[in-house]
Design a protein around this ligand. Sequence first.
Ligand code: CA
Length: 231
Amino acid sequence: MSKFTILVVEDEEAIRQMLIMVLQQYDFAVIEAADVAQAETILGDILPDLILLDWMLPKITGDKWARKLKSDDNYQDIPIILLTAKGEEADKIRGLDLGADDYVTKPFSPKELVSRIKAVLRRSGKIHDLTQIKFQDIVLDTKNHSVNIGEQAIEISPTEFRLLSFFLTHPDKVFNRTQLLDQVWGRSVYIEERTVDVHIRRLRKILVKYKREEWLQTVRGFGYKFSVKSS
Ligand code: CA
């Protein structure tokens, strides 16, 4: 099953661990950072589907970082939910003005948090339904692991399914082999980079059958991207 990845940036260890536990329970993949510096290092390797960002962080506060991300071409598409403490009404409004996609006030219930996350993921446009990922006429269902292109149900193995799912939720962005390994196979797995090429070839073979191979593009000297625009 393809998971959505959430980057949690929270300096308070106990709250961070609680957030991780809740998100994992709801089947999200979680990456954690205790401050903005750590979070920036992570973003160099992984593009999360959403950032859960605490407002009160040491050195650089969440609102400042949100503003920075939203003005950066590489990161502005990542939805941000700010976590604020009670009574920071003015801050909340400022947070939304700064481009945070939503805010959640502490303390919050796990249910509330997850429903906000799902709403923001849906609003981000790439995800119409958490179990369905649509891209042009490709519909991928993460619940029953099926892929349709147009009216046709296609045969696909689990790895190619995860790879396709990742590309469909991150269109028009170039990923190198290391990034694809981290995102699709996970950091804990040791796999050689050329394995990525093998699975890209297999995925391309499937797409050839349906004349969609031009969407899976090789970016010379860097990696791959999925796009309807020709590069
Ligand atoms: Ca804090």
